[in-house]
Each structure stands twice: as structure tokens, then as C-alpha cells.
Write a protein that binds this ligand. Structure first.
Ligand SMILES: Cc1ncc(COP(=O)(O)O)c(C=O)c1O
Length: 392
């Protein structure tokens, strides 16, 4: 595998016939997720959700329920207060428009649907959040998953890699920043460079900033290429509201109008979720430092543990997200077996193939926006899991 290049045959072979194998002992993934969800003792490191919040957001949602606000339909594009708060959070002025959806996921899908044609290609990365690529595959001619799992390119899709993989049919670049699963993020210079590429080639840039608030520094492509950029926003991570399913897309009125042409859910987004999101944004200054401090400490604990194990390493440290990749390829251990082993000790993690088709056999992804005591449990069990599976 040459990092940065993937030829068409290899691409077809890898992407056309992949079937998701359900976890051992399950007929399908849904039954598995339901089981882990129902297990209240499960240590939640397998989804990059945030379990560190107090009651501020929850109280506001409870009030909305008790006031029975849910009897009414919400305004179809979302409450103005929430849309203004999102623009403030991003430091964008009101020349931008916000469209709220059921999570960032729906925004990603609608954006692909509205903007891509069957002759277009889309550039994204592997590893990455593969669902985005699979949405793009439904509307574009092809998706180019640039292999990025290498220190040569700092484990991220660089502007140079994008240029090397572009052709006259490239219509969209998908930048996940910070990146799920590796936690790599971009400097201001790199962001400006991506903006230049989008402007010079008159193409769209999807900037998925789902994990932005965990990053040490974060910059918006929208500041440098406003006409080309769709900024994808989520309340699932720093706000800890994954189950509420709320997020949105921020772009120009022209692009938002395009997106509205393909909307399905035109009766708007869950009112309770919107009230929670408003509370989250209004109170953010009072809780964000504590959540970030805990996640920094948690990832340091994992690093110490990993550093003590032969043949296991962190490709990216520190991570600028609330998750990281632990590379186990030198141990010969299959990451799927590793995650299944940890599950027996009530630790839910994710094997690499959830976020990579090319490198998934090399790593385990763990997220760490959970109480430190639970990370300490992981740090006790993980070395033992490695030793037990190494012997096999
Ligand atoms: C990069 C990225 N974008 C979007 C999402 C989904 O966000 P939401 O829960 O807001 O739909 C995820 C979830 O893990 C993600 O990793």
C-alpha cells in the first residue's frame, strides 16, 4: 500500500464488497448495541460520546418536557436563538445561515444529496468516519479514500495529498477536523491552504468540526472560503447530547437553500433537543474547562499504560479529539478479538475496521470523555488483555 495513492482496482476491491460482520454471538449490529446500551455497568469507550456533564443541560430538557413543549411542532429550520448561539460559538457573522438537523449525520447526508452529481468524485481519508464516504457514494461517481495512516503525512489528509488525488471531476473535499479516529487536527496555515484549494478549483469543502472543542487549537475553513464551505456542527460530543440527535450545517444562504430542496424532515428538529442545545451553548464557558481537563488527564493515563507495553503504540499523541488510536499491529493481535476480549470485562471499545477498511486490522480506537476511574479500569485491564491474546 502506497500512502497517499490508491488505484481504481484496489479501490473497487476494497470498497464494493465489504460487509459488516456483526460482533461474535450476534446476528446483527443492532442487537449488539442494544445489549451494550442496556448494560449500565459498561465502560463507554467504544463511541466518542461524552459522559462528563453535570445537570445544566439535562435540567433545561427536563423543564421543556414538564412544560409539555413537545406538543407543538418546532419552527422548521430551528429556533432563532439556537441558530444565533451556534454562529456566536463559531465566531461567524449573520451572513452565514444555520440549518438544524437530527445530528451532524443528517446534515452530512443532505449536503451530499444536494450538491453531488453522478459524474463527481469526492476526496476523503482512510482512516476516517466512513459513514460520510458511504453517503457520498450514493450520489457521486466515486469516493477517493486517501490512505493517511502514516507519520509521513502526520496521520492526516494534508493539502498536498488532496492536490495529488484531485482531478477535473473532483467536486468535494471532506475534511474531518479533528479526525475520527486518530484525533489529528489542522494548523491555521493548513486550513488556509484547504480554503485556497476549494476557491481556486471552485469546489465544495465539507468541514466536519464535530470534535472541535476538544482540540488545542481550531480554525474554520469557512473564515477563508465562505462561499465553498459547509461547516458541519454536532451537539453529540462536547455537549454530551448524542442520544438527543441534534446538529446542523452552517453555510451561505445559497447553499442552505440547495440543501432545503432535499430535506425530508421538514417539520423541524426535536424541541427538547433544541432546548438542551440552547442551555449547552449558554453555559458552555462554565463547564468546558473541566471537561477538557479531565479528557487531557485521561489520555495521559492511557499513554502511560500503552508506553509500558511492548509492541503497542499511539500513532498520534496528544489527540485533539476525545478518542485515540492504539496501534497493536506489532503484537499480531486482531483488534476485533481485542475488543471482544475487553467487552467481557465490561469495557466497550472499537476495533479499527469501524473507521478504516485499509488499516482496520492495525488498531483499536478508544474514547476517553468518561470518568477517570473508568479510564483507570481500562488501564488495568488493557495490558492483561494484550498479554492474554499475545499468548494465543
Ligand atoms: C466525524 C463525525 N461526524 C459526525 C458524527 C455524527 O455526529 P451526530 O451524532 O451529530 O450525528 C460522528 C460520530 O461519531 C463523527 O465522528
Amino acid at each position: 500500500m502506497v500512502v497517499g495513492k490508491i488505484n481504481d482496482d484496489e479501490f473497487k476491491k476494497k470498497y464494493d464488497k465489504i460487509e459488516r460482520v456483526p460482533p461474535a454471538g450476534y446476528d446483527n449490529a443492532n442487537d449488539f448495541f442494544e445489549d451494550v446500551f442496556m448494560d449500565k455497568d459498561m465502560v463507554w469507550m467504544g463511541q466518542n460520546t461524552n459522559h462528563l456533564h453535570g445537570d445544566m443541560i439535562a435540567d433545561m430538557m427536563a423543564k421543556s418536557v414538564m412544560d409539555k413543549e413537545f406538543c407543538k411542532y418546532p419552527p422548521p429550520e430551528g429556533f432563532s436563538e439556537l441558530k444565533e448561539l451556534i454562529l456566536d460559538d463559531l465566531g461567524l457573522d449573520d451572513s452565514f445561515r444555520v440549518f438544524l438537523t437530527a445530528g451532524a449525520t443528517e446534515s452530512l447526508y443532505l449536503s451530499m444529496n444536494a450538491l453531488l452529481d453522478s459524474s463527481d468524485n469526492v476526496i476523503t481519508s482512510d482512516p476516517g468516519y466512513l459513514i460520510i464516504g458511504s453517503f457520498a457514494e450514493r450520489f457521486a461517481d466515486k469516493v477517493i479514500y486517501v490512505p493517511i495512516y502514516s507519520g509521513e503525512n502526520d496521520y492526516k489528509l494534508t493539502p498536498d495529498l488532496v492536490r495529488e488525488n484531485m482531478d477535473e471531476n473532483t467536486r468535494m473535499i471532506v475534511l474531518i477536523d479533528p479526525l475520527n479516529p486518530l484525533g489529528t487536527a489542522y494548523s491555521e496555515e493548513e486550513i488556509k491552504e484547504f480554503a485556497r484549494i476549494a476557491r481556486d478549483n471552485d469546489i465544495y469543502l465539507i468541514h466536519d468540526i464535530t470534535y472541535k472543542d476538544f482540540a488545542r487549537e481550531h480554525y474554520l475553513v469557512a473564515d477563508y472560503a465562505p462561499e465553498n464551505t459547509l461547516t458541519i456542527y454536532s451537539f453529540s460530543k462536547i455537549f454530551g447530547m448524542a442520544g438527543e440527535r441534534i446538529g446542523g450545517v452552517v453555510s451561505t444562504s445559497r447553499i442552505i437553500d440547495q440543501i432545503k430542496n432535499v430535506v425530508i424532515n421538514d417539520l423541524g428538529v426535536n424541541i427538547i433537543a433544541q432546548e438542551g442545545a440552547i442551555a449547552g451553548l449558554k453555559t458552555k464557558d462554565s463547564w468546558i474547562d473541566e471537561i477538557r481537563d479531565i479528557t487531557v488527564k485521561n489520555q495521559e493515563l492511557i499513554k502511560e499504560t500503552v508506553d509500558g507495553i511492548d509492541g503497542v503504540f499511539l500513532p498520534v499523541f496528544p489527540s485533539d479529539a476525545n478518542m485515540m488510536v492504539i496501534d497493536v499491529s506489532q503484537t499480531g493481535i486482531n483488534p476485533k478479538e481485542l475488543s471482544e476480549y475487553l467487552l467481557k470485562y465490561k469495557i466497550f471499545t472499537r476495533e479499527g475496521d469501524y473507521t478504516s477498511r485499509l488499516f482496520g486490522d492495525r488498531y483499536l480506537r478508544v474514547s476517553f470523555s468518561i470518568p477517570t476511574s473508568e479510564v483507570e479500569l481500562f488501564c488495568r485491564e488493557f495490558p492483561q488483555a494484550i498479554e492474554a491474546l499475545r499468548k494465543k
